[in-house]
Design a binder for this molecule. Structure first.
Ligand code: SAM
Length: 329
């Protein structure tokens, strides 16, 4: 029996944030002065919650943060998650979203522990611009090394997430086309969403899907290829087959109707949408010593209240209290 929400959507994708600490201070995500705000839990707690989710129908788990690799015990968590069995009797598909800064040394052990894939966030392929966006020194070289180590370790196909902001990096689109070909990674451009700490979002800052395609066409011809209905990304391949890229367009082309995701924050709260104004406290059930039935009840209640869609850009839109770094992207 799959997990189905009140709108008939099958929920098979769980994202777990294991910390809201981050070693980067990306200008579009963090103010630069705020630090972590929420607790992080012992591995055993994430594991127990994940086990219950998987028993209910989750088939894919993505670890995120904050920066998930700041927790060195993430390797042990992956090892334990890999031992879980989905309803079909297979290990859940395991992925991590990371800024890649610590990936060079961790890629091999993560693969060995059972990780399937990694997504690395990079918002520029130029070291100076990279430093200006992340506010971290020498980040570009470390991340490039991490990305290559992930590929060598077999954590592929490696995806690269790039958030575009007008005035910061929209001119990087073509450079990313060339980077995708050289490094054999699938770059996915993401429209900027109003989930930042500093409240700088406005529709004018968003670089839309249409604009990305227009820019990339100047680099090389490409065509669209099929994407999974529940996938967040529209997919394109260069006509010569040299590389693939994607665009995730929650603002200009929302995909809520096909949403398959549910999130767990580092402090054990369920969020049914990035833009949820309400959370469900799964950790409380856990620390109350309740049995799995109570955890199931909290999960089912949360799902019954999963939002139909987000309201970005509409009058009356309310930005959630937690920003992306504290939710888990
Ligand atoms: N630290 C990890 C990383 O850098 O990938 C994982 C957490 S980070 C919050 C996950 C992803 O969310 C990154 O690709 C980041 O660029 C993206 N992100 C952060 N704020 C965003 C926003 N306001 N709109 C769209 N994407 C955002």
């Amino acid at each position: 029996m799959p997990l189905i929400d009140q709108f008939g959507r099958i929920i098979h994708d769980l994202r777990i944030s294991i910390t809201d600490r981050c070693n980067y201070r990306c200008v579009y995500c963090r103010t630069g002065t705020h630090g972590p705000e929420y607790a992080e839990l012992p591995l055993a707690d994430y594991l127990r919650m994940a086990r219950v989710f998987v028993s209910l129908g989750i088939t894919k788990i993505r670890l995120t943060g904050g920066e998930p690799l700041l927790r060195r015990d993430v390797i042990e968590l992956v090892r334990q998650l890999h031992r879980l069995r989905t309803q079909a009797g297979t290990p859940p598909e395991l992925a991590i979203t990371t800024n890649g800064h610590l990936l060079a040394e961790m890629a091999g052990p993560l693969k060995e522990a059972g990780l399937d894939r990694v997504t690395v966030s990079m918002d520029a392929v130029d070291p100076e611009r990279f430093a200006r966006i992340t506010r971290a020194q020498n980040g570009y070289a470390a991340v490039l090394e991490g990305l290559r180590a992930a590929r060598t370790a077999g954590l592929g196909p490696v995806k690269v997430n790039c958030v575009l902001l007008r005035g910061f990096n929209e001119d990087q689109v073509e450079a990313f086309g060339s980077f995708a070909q050289q490094e054999q990674v699938a770059v996915r451009f993401i429209e900027f969403m109003p989930l930042e700490e500093g409240r700088i979002w406005s529709p004018d800052v968003v670089v839309t899907l249409a604009e990305v395609l227009e820019r990339m066409a100047r680099f090389a011809p490409f065509h669209e290829i099929a994407h999974e209905p529940s996938s967040t990304s529209r997919r394109y391949v260069f006509d010569d087959g040299s590389a693939e890229f994607g665009v995730i367009a929650p603002v200009s082309l929302p995909f809520c109707g096909a949403c398959s995701r549910i999130r767990l924050t580092s402090d054990g709260k369920i969020r049914t949408c990035l833009f949820s104004l309400r959370e469900h406290d799964l950790r409380a059930a856990l620390s109350a010593g309740d049995g799995d039935e109570e955890l199931v009840r909290v999960i089912e209640y949360a799902l019954a209240h999963k939002e139909e869609r987000h309201h970005i850009g509409e009058p009356g839109f309310i930005q959630p209290g937690r920003s992306m770094v504290h939710i888990g992207g």
